[in-house]
Design a protein around this ligand. Structure first.
Ligand SMILES: [Zn+2]
Length: 404
């Protein structure tokens, strides 16, 4: 299986609705779900001729599990962007207070250990350093959802949006219909005002035998259409190019060590012994997981066994939220039943005893990082990263700076 990065450029406003909707105000997603890109490529293949869906190549590319499309996220410089974790924090008052950017996962786990929690001590860390420098009492709070490039985690990747208002047209008269004003929230196209490009990048996992066929279909400058409003020219994307992903800057083993080193230092600073070895899983896309016994969706009741982690792994602090995802069954040409999923950005922290061998867990985590988990993985669901550096690099810096 090859993994290739595909970059798409928005040529017109994009309106990607969260759900099937008929409301007068429809917010857009700020990324292209894997299923959306896959659907757009399938449309490009068919060229308006539904009978081509019977071709073997079409079925291999779009209806099999052989080819997987990740979500296409707002693009940083080179690599696939990461989803900002639910534990990310930033200054509550000033967006440009860069030193306030940090992550609360390890701090919140430490707080959980105290009974009663030592809030006074914890809250020292919550002060925004930039506010403090100008004698203001600003606090860090949960950061807004967003993205960052792995090589520059302190700089959020911005998605520009704007509102487009429109009126429904009365069919009989051809004029604006009474009290039918619609507001559309859209992602701004490339060069709308400032000449900046609006790019999205995703990972496509594809067998060697199909690689060239997909690249021919999505060749440079090929046009694709996604989302709402295509008849009025919205949703136009252009293929910017294919790239080979750069290898991860740090191996899982290195991240595991750095993660646990940071925990040791933080716990030490608060005069506590570390109760075990820790690791985290951070959702890079929604996770649709069903309990094998009951068939029910696994949400905030998620346990180590659902992830295929060995016995003895204990769940610690988690920041979880749930989301309903809809979909389109291309083979049946029908909407898929809605699914409940754990939302991307959700974070799970786990612990195992000091004397447990980390190797089987590292092996399992590596499998999870490569293959993902749960249902609809060929549409980008179930992707996650283990021992994500975002959870420890800021804390490391704060510990070096002597901050609490
Ligand atoms: Zn501040």
């Amino acid at each position: 299986m090859n993994v290739e990065l595909l970059t798409l450029k928005a040529l017109s406003p994009l309106a990607l609705h969260r759900r099937r909707t008929s409301e007068q105000f429809a917010p857009t997603l700020d990324y292209l779900p894997g299923s959306t890109v896959r659907g757009a490529l399938a449309d490009a293949y068919l060229q308006g001729d539904p009978s081509r869906a019977e071709e073997t190549l079409f079925r291999q590319l779009f209806l099999s599990d052989e080819v997987r499309f990740s979500d296409f996220l707002p693009a940083g410089k080179f690599d696939l962007a990461r989803v900002l974790p639910a534990t990310a924090v930033a200054c509550k008052r000033f967006e440009d207070h860069a030193d306030s950017r940090s992550d609360a996962l390890l701090r919140l786990e430490l707080l959980r250990e105290w009974d009663p929690p030592d809030l006074a001590k914890h809250n020292i860390w919550k002060e925004c350093p930039n506010c403090k420098a100008i004698n203001l009492k600003g606090k860090r709070d949960r950061a807004e959802a967003g993205y960052y490039a792995p090589d520059d985690p302190a700089t959020p990747i911005k998605v520009k949006r704007r509102m487009i208002a429109g009126a429904a047209i009365e069919r009989a008269t051809g004029t604006a219909a009474h009290s039918m004003l619609f507001s559309h929230d859209v992602i701004e196209e490339s060069g709308a005002y400032d000449g900046q490009e609006t790019l999205f990048r995703g990972a496509v996992s594809i067998p060697q035998t199909l690689r060239q066929d997909l690249k021919d279909l999505a060749s440079q400058h090929a046009r694709l259409a996604v989302g709402y409003g295509r008849s009025r020219g919205w949703g136009q994307l252009q293929v910017q190019g294919w790239d080979t992903p750069r290898s991860e800057a740090h191996s899982l083993q290195e991240r595991w060590s750095a993660f646990n080193d940071t925990i040791r230092q933080l716990w030490q600073q608060h005069g506590r012994a570390v109760p075990g070895q820790y690791f985290s899983l951070t959702l890079q896309s929604h996770l649709i997981l069903k309990d094998e016994q009951t068939g029910q969706p696994v949400l905030d009741d998620i346990q180590a066994v659902h992830l295929g982690l060995p016995v003895g792994v204990e769940r610690c602090y988690c920041a979880l939220s749930a989301v309903v995802v809809s979909g389109w069954n291309m083979a049946a040409e029908l909407p898929k039943a809605d699914d409940w999923a754990l939302s991307r950005g959700s974070v799970l922290l786990w612990r195992m005893p000091h004397d447990a061998d980390p190797q089987p867990i590292l092996k399992r985590l590596e499998e999870i990082e490569v293959n993902g988990l749960g249902e609809r993985r060929n549409e980008g669901f179930g992707r996650m990263t283990a021992c994500e550096p975002y959870h420890y690099i800021f804390t490391q810096r704060e510990l070096r700076g002597g901050s609490q």
